[in-house]
Ligand binder design. Sequence first.
Ligand code: 3EB
Length: 351
Amino acid sequence: MSAAAALRVDYLPLARLAQQPSPWWRGVLGVVGFESAPPLNGMAAAIPVTASGTPLLGSDTPLCEVWQLADPDLDGCRVDCSGHVRYRHGEPMLFGCASLDETEARRDGESPAATLRRVTELAYRDIFRVMEHSGYPHLIRVWHYLPDINAECDGDERYRHFNSARHSAFAQASADGAGVFPAASALGSRQGSAFSIHFLAARCEPVMIENPRQISAYHYPRQYGEHCPLFSRACILGTGPGAHLFVSGTASIIGHETIHSGDEVAQTRETLTNIAALLEQANRRAPGGRFDLDALKYKVYVRHRRDQPAIAAELGRWLQAQTAVVYLEADVCREDLLVEIEAIGTAGASV
Ligand code: 3EB
């Protein structure tokens, strides 16, 4: 049995959450609301709760993302010494989250870009500190949500300022972990949202996966900004059946270039082809286990809500009807990308 086999993620209706008995909550690592952080009826003190600020599309029932470990007795929610990161952990993994409001954080005389950079570095500094303190040295997966991600700010796009700050954060943190970057997503949240980040860290080292159809993001040429986006295309935690695969936000990019500009259906198809290519790489690296497109759970970020039905129809051609897919409205970090898809899965036995 794999060390990581205990993790699961579900997209649950908020109403179902309210009905869960208290023993069920003992295994919950964290909860992510899409529109806003869900009220947890008395459990909020024990569970890290956050929100991505990306409205749910294509569903009448409000949902949230719930991370659970099979280990039923986790400690309570902790808060790091600076008060930014709330986290909870079980034996193999730690879940943490932080939200920083840029308007509140802004110092007198500081430019908006400087605030964004400082807030990003602050969040990362505290995350790395929590990881070191708690004995989870491997950053596996990070989600970043920032409002106005494509907006110009002090002469550059906010996403690019964010990339520069992430660069400094990793440079400061990496003594021996240099050059190992987590799987990640970076999306634009609704205007007025706080800068929000949540992550998974592990005791065991993951295996990082790149996509042969794409240049590694950390090697992108300068045209995408002074500092590259530091993330791996995917990573695997554990071995054989029960190993977990974390697929980063994936888009219609070949090499380093966006393709199918303006065509959300073709972009969706290209993105799924990229995810299929990652699965092929992952299956080579996970002997005894097997990841399948249909056995993953997906989050699909849609730039324009009007495109959601067409994107969903294209996904329907690739995936079985029962596959878990959540659609969220979000700006994608290149202006010409209309859709981005991330996924997570647990390996079955290979035949
Ligand atoms: C890309 O492939 C699309 O900056 O952390 C996807 C996943 C993307 C993560 C990030 C950006 C990030 O470049 C964008």
